[in-house]
Design a protein around this ligand. Structure first.
Ligand code: ATP
Length: 230
């Protein structure tokens, strides 16, 4: 279980998140939706440990991680895929994957990555930065996958990708969830997010204004939130 409890956070003088709480049990997907500037990326950064909250708590698998560094969170199985992917463009695909694996485990890690995304197997010697956007996103997800993560924070993983690639990525996310990971998904394709999610959180102006199952989200509410009314 990954949980955020009553978190307030921001940048400098400005407060972006106000009393935000969410709970993501193992093997489930939480979709975090909301208009531009609502604070979705900020919440992902707080969860990853890149921004320290002013108040509130975070926990992972029963342990309090509020004061843990990003690295300590990674060691506990938390994996953050930031917007814009986070692969090393000037390293090869093989090097990107090797960096993520435990010493002596490179071969197994690469095998695991290729089993998730066979296309990467054909591109191991290629510089990551020369691959297509979709392939780079697959690499970013494969790097997460080889760590066997317990919690995966996904910020706009489908941004700018072709629908077929997005299908492939969403199939992979379903597999990650079925393997027991807890996923937090920030996603511009609302319908895809709703199709995968167990729980939906709507964030507006830094506050959770709705949480419920996807079938409780009615279009009127979504529309209101997206045009920023209220
Ligand atoms: P989008 O859907 O547009 O990506 P978002 O919901 O992810 O939006 P955030 O990126 O979290 O929203 O931004 C929330 C607010 O925090 C915005 O007003 C933004 O300008 C501000 N903000 C984001 N990053 C910083 C930063 N590094 N320094 C100062 N303010 C920031």
């Amino acid at each position: 279980m990954f949980s955020v409890t009553d978190v307030t956070a921001g940048y400098g003088e400005s407060t972006v998140l106000r009393g935000v709480s969410l709970e993501v049990p193992d093997g489930t997907v939480a979709a975090l939706l909301g208009p531009n500037g609502a604070g979705k990326t900020t919440l992902m950064r707080v969860a990853a440990g890149l921004i320290r909250p002013r108040s509130g708590r975070l926990s992972l698998g029963g342990a309090d991680i509020t004061r843990s560094s990003p690295n300590q969170r990674v060691k506990r199985g938390l994996c953050h895929i930031p917007e814009g992917r986070g692969v090393f463009p000037s390293l090869t695909v093989r090097e990107n994957l090797s960096l993520q694996s435990a010493p002596g485990q490179q071969a197994q890690s690469i095998e695991r990555a290729v089993s998730a995304f066979p296309r990467l197997g054909e591109r191991l010697p290629q510089l990551a930065g020369t691959m297509s956007g979709g392939e780079q996103q697959m690499l970013a997800l494969a790097r997460a996958y080889i760590q066997n993560p317990r919690v995966v924070l996904l910020d706009e993983v489908s941004l700018g990708l072709a629908p077929k690639v997005v299908d492939e990525i969403f199939e992979f996310l379903a597999k990650l969830r079925d393997g027991g990971a807890a996923l937090v998904l920030v996603e511009q394709y609302v319908n895809r997010a709703l199709a995968l999610a167990d729980q939906v959180y709507l964030l507006n102006r830094g506050e959770i204004v709705f949480s419920g199952s996807p079938d409780q989200v009615d279009e009127a509410t979504l529309f209101e939130q997206y045009v920023g009314v209220g």
